[in-house]
Write a protein that binds this ligand. Structure first.
Ligand code: GLA
Length: 748
């Protein structure tokens, strides 16, 4: 009775939305079908005759009056594959003959490990539903949360697992969601990498079996990124159906993409079950991360544009009202603030920072038109190199005898704000912190403490470590006028022990560590609303939609070689918006590849994201300085189009392409910016004509060069139709090695 009442109420609430603005969620009580509509997509699931929650449809948006028949379980396949495993369940417990990846696996104290979840009740929420499931005998309740973004159709899914019984139960595996697709041919896209080689786009036919992308490292990791895209048929930038997903979790994670024995596809992602265990005492619950999923009929390009806008509008922190009103901006900005153009001293000085040296760099930076001066590693404790100092967050007296204030004042006087590097979660054994608190690091008692970069990981799951990190950062930000923290994290976990809690509960470190990290970031932002934060982990080792709710930008790679960056940036943008991606111009020849490139090439490579300068600008020639100054100013004029517009990857730099090109178009189509790069001209081939995309065909656009020339005779003003159909031809002289050009198109 109660169940029926809840459903009727939910229906009433859901239909109340339809009168003014259609609510994304609808429930048909007769068929027990849930339907979510948003943007260009619909997502449908229902309760089947056995009481399981079963996916019915995910794809292009259906007609408003279209109805769905009730969910029908899949039959068993001979006597070997159960109906339970063949049915595309929304969130399958491991039990009942499940051979697919389970969403949830629980061990009970009596040895029972069978878990079968059935529908209990549901409630409508603003943008979707909370659907409550319960095990067929144990009082384990799982609430599945569904929230559909009405604009993009991106669906946020997560689960709350609750023990309402009187005995503890151990969660051995917990996903945020499973996504199902019917049997067909698909291409799987995913991102992998390593230090200085992040963001490699892999594209492969989805064959039978399971493809696992994961991190067992305690954090997101460089090796794989928690994003996938499945495309029907062959991979295509502009055409075809794409289903994509991104997991919002910065701890160990796993996404399993399965093509099952009947060729159907299921993607299950959440906490990495490897070495996982979370004890739910009576009354306790566990919240999974959120797994976002979306659909585009416009190829991988369409999928990434949807995701970029979603990140800008719903994931990244918006400017706080304090910060916005202080800057005289509208208090309710709908998009995150454009990233200030920064200068960072790391590649210029490494650990050799001091007051005079930083002040000299700050003067040069200000003359270039830089907005933010960031001092990197080396300013604290006994930090002369990477052997000592992490953990001791006091200002080094030898390098800064008067504290940070004189430098910060100087930076302010030069018209910039000040940012500082920190690596709060780490400790060098050669530090006062470690000498005083050796028990604070992740470690198994009596076992070795494996060092990476001469450092150990502080166990942030511990309340005392949590308090210490929050305390010193709060003090640093209270005592100094700091606008920005580059928050680094320079190693992966080893020996992840936590002997403060009973042995059965020690594996909870995988959850508690990351939750505490988020809590500290949230608390700092709340106490210091003007402070902005970058997530860095030896480059792009901690980039995901979880951390991006608390940070404004990321450092995608320590590899700043401008040619390598073209492929890295290309890979990055499949999952993340260009605004998030910091890109510095550094010195040539480059330290990693010993490649020599012009300043113009380096600038244009970096101008495709949020721009920074990381070179030793003291050594720049007057010509380099004035070229950089001109290009920084030109960048600022079109920055919002580049980093927040619709990105079209016109020519991919992958597969040893001689050429590459990107274009971004402002949302209202009033402006487009184009970048073109030559790796090496071969056999005299000229640069291909660039047919623009996404313009207003009937409007007129004026072409202006930012760098480089169009072919002689190219009209200065032409219709969107001209630029999209005829395209832009480059000057005959645009040839050679590592050449770059950039143009803007402004609607008249
Ligand atoms: C990491 C970062 C670099 C720099 C160094 C400092 O490698 O990715 O940008 O900050 O640490 O030690």
């Amino acid at each position: 009775m109660l169940k029926v009442l809840t459903s009727v109420l939910a229906l009433l609430v859901a239909s109340a939305f339809t009168s003014a603005q259609p609510a994304p969620g609808r429930f048909d009580a007769a068929t027990k079908v849930f339907r979510l509509d948003g943007g260009g997509s619909s997502y449908v699931f229902g309760v089947n005759a056995r009481g399981e929650l079963q996916q019915l449809y995910w794809g292009g948006r259906l007609g408003a009056s279209d109805t769905f028949p009730a969910a029908k379980v899949m039959p068993e396949w001979a006597s070997f594959d159960t109906s339970y495993t063949n049915t595309p369940q929304e969130y399958a417990g491991w039990g009942g003959g499940l051979y697919m990846e389970p969403a949830l696996k629980i061990a009970f104290p009596d040895g029972n490990r069978d878990l079968v979840l059935h529908y209990e009740s549901h409630a409508a929420t603003t943008n979707g539903f909370d659907v409550v499931m319960k095990d067929i005998s144990h009082p384990i309740y799982v609430t599945l949360h569904y929230a559909m973004d009405p604009g993009s159709g991106i669906l946020a899914r997560s689960a709350t697992i609750e023990n309402r019984g009187s005995e503890a139960a151990t969660v051995e595996q917990a996903a945020a969601a499973s996504w199902s697709l019917p049997a067909a041919r698909y291409t799987l896209n995913y991102l992998t990498g390593r230090w200085a080689g992040e963001w490699t786009l892999n594209q492969e036919s989805l064959l039978a079996g399971a493809r696992v992308i994961e991190s067992r490292r305690g954090s997101t990791g460089h090796q794989a990124n928690p994003w996938f895209a499945l495309q029907a048929g062959e991979a295509s930038e502009d055409h075809g159906e794409v289903w994509f997903g991104a997991l919002a979790w910065s701890g160990s994670w796993r996404i399993t993409v399965e093509r099952d024995q009947l060729d159907a596809v299921r993607v299950t992602g959440g906490f990495n079950p490897f070495d996982f265990g979370y004890v739910l005492h009576p009354g306790m619950s566990l919240e999974t991360p959120v797994f976002y999923g979306g659909y585009s009929p416009h190829g991988l390009g369409g999928a990434s544009r949807l995701l970029h806008h979603f990140e800008l509008e719903h994931i990244l922190p918006l400017p706080s009202s304090t910060a916005a009103s202080a800057a005289g901006a509208e208090p309710k900005a709908l998009t995150p603030k454009l990233r200030p153009v920064i200068y960072n001293s790391w590649e210029a000085t490494e650990f050799g920072v001091n007051e005079a040296g930083q002040m000299a760099l700050a003067e040069k930076a200000a003359a270039l038109g830089i907005d933010r001066f960031v001092m990197d590693d080396g300013w604290f404790g006994q930090r002369k190199d990477d052997h000592a100092g992490l953990g001791d967050w006091y200002v080094n007296q030898e390098k800064f005898p008067h504290g940070l204030k004189p430098l910060i004042d100087k930076v302010h006087a030069l018209g910039m704000d000040f940012g500082l590097w920190v690596e709060p979660e780490m400790v060098n054994p050669d530090s006062d912190l470690y000498r005083n608190h050796p028990e604070w690091v992740l470690n198994f008692k009596g076992r070795p403490e494996t060092q990476q970069r001469n450092q150990l990981v502080l166990n942030l799951a511990r309340p005392d470590v949590h308090a210490y990190i929050l305390g010193f950062l709060d003090k640093l930000l209270t005592e100094n006028d700091i606008a920005f923290l580059k928050w680094d994290y320079n190693r992966n976990w080893s020996e992840p022990g936590w002997d403060q809690v009973p042995p059965a509960e020690q594996k909870q470190v995988y959850v508690e560590y990351t939750k505490n990290l988020y809590a500290i970031l949230a608390e700092l932002r709340q106490r210091h609303p003007k402070v902005e934060i970058e997530s860095c982990s030896g480059g792009g080792g901690r980039v995901d939609l979880g951390i991006l709710k608390y940070v404004d930008e990321v450092w995608p790679s320590d590899n700043t070689d401008p040619f390598d960056r073209l492929t890295q940036q290309n890979g990055f943008t499949y999952a993340y918006a260009p605004q998030i991606m910091m890109a510095w111009v550094t010195d040539s020849p480059h330290w990693l590849n010993n490649r020599t490139t012009s300043l113009q090439y380096r600038m244009l490579s970096s101008m495709q994201g949020s721009l920074g300068i990381g070179a030793n600008i003291e050594k720049w020639t007057p010509d380099e300085t004035s070229a950089a100054k001109r290009l920084i100013a030109a960048y600022k004029d079109v920055q919002s189009t580049i980093v927040q517009g619709d990105l079209y990857r016109l020519i991919s730099p992958l597969n040893e392409s001689e050429f590459s090109a990107t274009e971004t178009v402002k949302a209202d189509k009033s402006q487009a910016v184009l970048f073109a790069f030559i790796h090496s001209t071969q056999e005299g081939r000229g640069f291909p004509t660039l047919k623009l995309k996404g313009l207003d065909a009937t409007a007129k656009y004026k072409l202006t060069s930012i760098e480089g020339k169009p072919r002689v005779g190219t009209p200065e003003v032409a219709s969107g139709a001209w630029w999209m159909n005829h395209g832009l031809e480059m000057d005959e002289g645009f040839r050679g090695d590592f050449q770059a050009a950039a143009f803007r198109f402004d609607r008249k």
